[in-house]
Design a protein around this ligand. Structure first.
Ligand code: FES
Ligand SMILES: [Fe+2]
Length: 450
C-alpha cells in the first residue's frame, strides 16, 4: 500500500522528483573556516553582502509605519511598511554622525528620528527635518540636497521578507529557484500560517556549525535516540536534492527505519522491532487514531495508516491540502536556503532556523528559531509572541517544542571546542552528509569572486 502511494506521488508530483547529483570533491573541510577572523571578514565582504537574506515575517509589517530591525553581522537594517503596498529596507544609520537610529527590535513609527541631534527621516528614509539645516551647513542644506538613508533591496515571498545589500543581485525569485518557489508555494504560508514562537539563542560556535548541524541525519542515532522508533534516518530512506545554491532532504517519519532492528528495539525495552513503538503510538494519537490490536506486530506497515490519518486530520480542520502530496502531510520536508536558513516543513507547521554570524567573533553566532503554525479556517490567529533572547544554560532548553532541538543545541559548543584543537584539521564527511559539502562549495564560489 505504501509502495503504490509513493509510486503515484512520484508520477504526479514535481516536488518529489530527483535532481541530478552535483560533482563534489571529498577533501577535508578545514577547521580554520570556523575559526579565522580573516575568513570571517572574507565571508562578510564576498558572501553576506551579495545574497538574499531572510529579514523577518511580513505579518510584522501589517500597517503603515510598522518596522523591525534586521541585525546581520556588523549591519543593522530598518525594514518598514512605508505605504500600503510598499515594504522598504534601509540602513539603520544616521547620515549626520553615524549613530544607529533605532535600537534592535520592532515598533510602529511615523518617522525615524535619530536621538543624538534629532535628524528626522520619513518612512521612505528621506531626511525631512534637522536642526539648523537651512542655516548652518556650509556644504549645503542636507534636506534640500535630498539626503536619505541608503536603501537596501527588499522583496517578499510567501509571507517572508528578504533583503539584499547588493544592488546588482538577481531578483529573489531567481535566487531561490523556480523549484524551491513552487515547492514552498504548495503550503500557502503567506496566506495561512502565523508565527507563534520567536527566539534567538546565543550559541558559542561559528555560524556554519549551526548550518551543518541541521543538514544531515547521520547524527540521529548518536544524539536523538528517541527518534529511532518512528523515523528513517538511513541514506536509503532520505532522498537528498539540490536546487541552485540550496538543498533538501525528505526525512521520512511515521515508521521506524532499517536501523530499528530487534537488538535496538530490545535496548529500548521492546520485545522486538515489530512492536508498535511509543513514537508511532504518539503519532497515531496526534492524528486522532487509536491503535488497533491487529496492528500489533506490524509497526513497519503502518505508514499508509498514518498517511491516511494525516490527510483526514487536515480535512477535519477544513484545510485544503489538495495541493500537497501524501508525504508532505507526514514527512519533514527539510530545505536549506543558502546561506543561512533551515526549514523543517510539515503540513501544519514549520520551523525556520536562521544562523547569523556574530558581529565580531567567528566563534560565536546567533541562532534564531521561529515557529509558524497553520491557522485553520475559523480558528483564531495566535497572538504574536514577543521575541525572546536566550543563552545556553539559562533554562530555555526545557521549553523547546521538541527535545531534539535541545540535543542539537548542546553540540554547538562542543563542536567549536574541537575546531580549536591542534588535533583536528577538518571535517571528514560521509556521502550522506553531502549537503554540508555542497553548502561549503557554494560558499567557496562566493569567496572566489573578488
Ligand atoms: S548622529 Fe544622528 S542626528 Fe546626529
Ligand atoms: Fe538533530
Amino acid at each position: 500500500m505504501a509502495a503504490s502511494a509513493d509510486a503515484r506521488d512520484a508520477a504526479l508530483a514535481p516536488i518529489l522528483r530527483k535532481t541530478p547529483e552535483p560533482a563534489l570533491d571529498c577533501a577535508l573541510i578545514p577547521s580554520q573556516r570556523y575559526l579565522a577572523p580573516e575568513f570571517m571578514r572574507l565571508e562578510w565582504e564576498r558572501m553576506w553582502r551579495r545574497v538574499w537574506l531572510y529579514a523577518g515575517p511580513l505579518s510584522d509589517l501589517a500597517q503603515i509605519g510598522d518596522y523591525f530591525t534586521f541585525e546581520i553581522g556588523p549591519e543593522s537594517v530598518l525594514v518598514v511598511r512605508s505605504a500600503p503596498d510598499q515594504i522598504r529596507a534601509m540602513y539603520n544609520v544616521c547620515q549626520h554622525r553615524g549613530r544607529r537610529i533605532r535600537p534592535a527590535g520592532c515598533g510602529l513609527a511615523r518617522a525615524f528620528t535619530c536621538p543624538y541631534h534629532r535628524w528626522r527621516y520619513d518612512l521612505e528614509g528621506r531626511l525631512v527635518s534637522a536642526p539648523d539645516a537651512e542655516c548652518d551647513f556650509p556644504q549645503g542644506n542636507p534636506i534640500a540636497s535630498g539626503m536619505r538613508l541608503p536603501q537596501v533591496r527588499c522583496e517578499t515571498f510567501q509571507g517572508l521578507v528578504f533583503i539584499n545589500f547588493d544592488d546588482n543581485a538577481e531578483p529573489l525569485g531567481d535566487y531561490l529557484t523556480r523549484d524551491v518557489m513552487d515547492h514552498l508555494g504548495t503550503y500557502r504560508w503567506g496566506a495561512e500560517f502565523s508565527i507563534n514562537l520567536d527566539w534567538t539563542v546565543a550559541w558559542p560556535c561559528n555560524w556554519k556549525i549551526g548550518v551543518d548541524s541541521f543538514n544531515e541525519l547521520y547524527h540521529l542515532q548518536g544524539i536523538h535516540p528517541e527518534l529511532m522508533d518512528m523515523s528513517d534516518d538511513t541514506p536509503g530512506g532520505c532522498p537528498i536534492d539540490f536546487y541552485g545554491r540550496h538543498s533538501r532532504f525528505i526525512y521520512r517519519v511515521g515508521v521506524p527505519g532499517p536501523r530499528w532492528d530487534d537488538a535496538m528495539a530490545r535496548r529500548r525495552g521492546y520485545r522486538d522491532s515489530s512492536q508498535i513503538t511509543a513514537g508511532v503510538r504518539a503519532m497515531l494519537k496526534a492524528y486522532g487514531v487509536e491503535p488497533r490490536p491487529e496492528w500489533e506486530g506490524h509497526v513497519k506497515e503502518l505508514r499508509p495508516v498514518l498517511l491516511e490519518a494525516a490527510r483526514q486530520r487536515a480535512q477535519r480542520g477544513g484545510v485544503d491540502v489538495s495541493g500537497l502530496v501524501d508525504q508532505q502531510l507526514l514527512d519533514d520536508f527539510h530545505y536549506f536556503l543558502f546561506p543561512n536558513i533551515t526549514l523543517n516543513i510539515s503540513a501544519h507547521h514549520f520551523w525556520l532556523f536562521r544562523h547569523r554570524p556574530h558581529p565580531e567573533d567567528p566563534q560565536r553566532m546567533l541562532w534564531d528559531f521561529q515557529q509558524f503554525v497553520r491557522v485553520c479556517p475559523g480558528q483564531a490567529v495566535p497572538p504574536r509572541p514577543a521575541h525572546q533572547d536566550y543563552v545556553i544554560g539559562d533554562g530555555h532548553e526545557a521549553h523547546f517544542p521538541h527535545i531534539a532541538l535541545a540535543q542539537d543545541e548542546a553540540q554547538a559548543g562542543e563542536l567549536q571546542r574541537g575546531m580549536r584543537s591542534a588535533g583536528f584539521k577538518g571535517l571528514y564527511l560521509a556521502h550522506q552528509e553531502r549537503r554540508l559539502r555542497y553548502f561549503h562549495s557554494v560558499l567557496d564560489e562566493y569567496l572566489a569572486r573578488a
